[in-house]
Design a protein around this ligand. Sequence first.
Ligand code: UFG
Length: 342
Amino acid sequence: MAKGTVLVSGGAGYIGTHTTVALVEAGYDVVVIDNFSNSEPSAIKGVENILGKKINFVEIDTCNIVDLRKVFENYKFESVIHFAAYKAVGESMTEPLKYYQNNLVSYMNILQLMKEYGRPNVLFSSSATVYGDADILPVTEETPRKPATSPYGNTKQMAEDILHDCCRAYDGFYGIALRYFNPIGAHTSAQIGELPRGVPNNLLPYITQTAAGIRECLSVFGDDYDTPDGSCLRDYIDVLDLAKAHVAAVDRMTEGRMKEKYEIFNVGTGRPVSVLELITRFEKANDLKLPYKIVGRRDGDVPAVWADTSLANEELGWKAERDLDDTLRACWAWEKHLRNIK
Ligand code: UFG
């Protein structure tokens, strides 16, 4: 008997694929939906290879409520994990309507149908971006959110508030927002991982593509911050640990263990790592040299952010466990798998 069934929107994406694997391994049935707008059908194949079986997959756009309704008609699930969203901070600055339209409409459709069909549990993918440039570090869930500095960040804040309002208003409606710090890594099988399109915005895919010779040189955005080595500090969370946090949150909802109808958890390691430190660790873990140069600061970067994870540790019974060097080896193994590098 399955523990329950979970609808996973955006389940072909980076975090969606790893979470789908973790859910099935933990005993859940899944229904995955994705429109491959920023992912590939091969990601679903990768998931099925790891699990050694087919999963329920429906190719639809979550913004299309007619198609989404069919999924609610055809499958019984108690919980949804809503990953489906655009995620490029810079692009959201130049194309705000694309972000508001896609990220909010898809979300409203999910919430509307969860309510209509009496499906109780909503898990939303939020982000540490809601903390902005926090005054006190590490940040706890109580740390005040700062006004969003991008439409992307704004959609995360709005989505949190909408979920909170729904949980307050509707009986039998429960929500958890997981605030992710910086997800990195790949499955140890190298069957699934991050698949950025074009030039990567994020640090790890840029590092691995530079190591693979696809990019000439990594630019380090600033070494004059008020941090120990002058480069920015982030909390890099292994995607396998992150996936397990989703399982723990779904368990909590499914087993009726929530203390409030709407809860928020930070999902990070609690350890700050600088950009320069990460480069050195990557080089050592993989026994290679990475060409890099220091350039000016990137607009919108906060100097430092890392998580206080006590709440997730205590309430979800979850803790980040993966060793950073193993994570960095998995990143490189995945890039080599993609590029057929021996
Ligand atoms: N960086 C570089 N060179 C690069 C890319 C990044 O030096 O080529 C640096 C950045 O300046 C930053 C660090 O590496 O200091 C991490 O940058 P990422 O772009 O990988 O991640 P961010 O911390 O900027 O953003 C991530 C997610 C966002 C999310 C945010 C929350 O990408 O979606 O964390 O804090 F909103």
